[in-house]
Design a protein around this ligand. Structure first.
Ligand code: ZN
Length: 275
């Protein structure tokens, strides 16, 4: 499943391909993904210029010159491919095709169809039901130790589960929560409310750093996409603890990484380094 760094990499790739360009042809090849497409979706977009491609949590926001905004989510298996020049042959599960007047194009492919594309408006975007109530962006200025400990105050759940709650912080998923807690030396089972003071001050930069490093790894693969019909957003990234059960902890070198299941998801951590 794409996490925030993957979605941000997709956003950057789409921006390179599509920003400032005019949609000459939009094809929607089925009535729905996880939810139905808006009525006349292709007609509404055709002829519009894309002014900006932004991101909020794991939503891509494709802003058009009439104020309409396509709110898109990649779901479990959604992929965006971009290119310039002749369109490739249609592949199974290619559901939406954006072709610009200037040449570059993008194709949304999603074999499990947990993704979605709906419409909002730039003036009311923050109040859109999909976006209202989402917590601060982890890489934004409003996310700091104070706001994080305030959001965690009173929460009896483990910190791992609390960080997956999108009202606490936006867009964090299973992989980067494990990585951030490892870096902050906080046990995933620790009660969320107890992550305050120095622990919160360690956790905020740990979250920022794991995301920033992953985005940088994705960004380094972006360069060739638009010319080479590239699929955006999936890249090799080395994790310190995620999916490394039984391997020696890279921090203390003394004990093995352990895996536990929390909220039906795997958590990886070092029982010695993380308290
Ligand atoms: Zn360790």
């Amino acid at each position: 499943m794409p996490e925030l760094p993957e979605v941000e990499t997709v956003r950057r790739g789409l921006a390179i391909a599509l920003e400032g360009r005019k949609l000459a042809r939009v094809q929607v090849r089925r009535p729905d993904l996880r939810v139905p497409f808006p009525p006349r979706f292709a007609e509404v977009l055709t002829g519009r210029r894309i002014v900006a491609i932004r991101r909020r949590a794991k939503y891509l926001l494709i802003e058009l010159d009439d104020g309409a905004v396509v709110i898109a989510h990649l779901g479990m298996s959604g992929r965006m491919t971009v290119g310039d020049g002749p369109m490739p042959d249609e592949k199974p599960h290619d559901h939406v095709v954006f072709e610009t007047e200037e040449g570059p194009w993008a194709i949304f492919n999603d074999h499990r169809r947990f993704g979605l594309m709906v419409l909002g408006h730039v003036d009311t975007l923050e109040a859109h039901p999909l976006l209202a109530g989402i917590g601060p962006e982890p890489l934004g200025n409003s996310f700091d130790a104070e706001t994080l400990s305030a959001a965690l105050a009173g929460k009896r759940s483990p910190i791992k589960a609390a960080l997956l709650d999108q009202t606490v912080v936006a867009g964090l998923g299973n992989i980067y929560v494990s990585e951030a807690l490892f870096r902050a030396r906080i046990a995933p089972t620790r009660e969320a409310a107890s992550v305050a003071g120095k622990r919160a001050e360690r956790l905020v930069p740990a979250i920022r750093d794991v995301l920033t490093e992953a985005i940088a790894a994705g960004g380094s693969t972006l360069r060739d996409y638009v010319q080479a019909d590239g699929e955006l957003g999936y890249f090799q990234h080395a994790f310190k603890v995620y999916d490394r059960e039984g391997e020696v902890c890279p921090a203390c070198g003394a004990v093995a990484i352990r895996r536990i299941v929390q909220s039906n998801r795997s958590t990886y951590f070092c029982p010695r380094c993380q308290r």
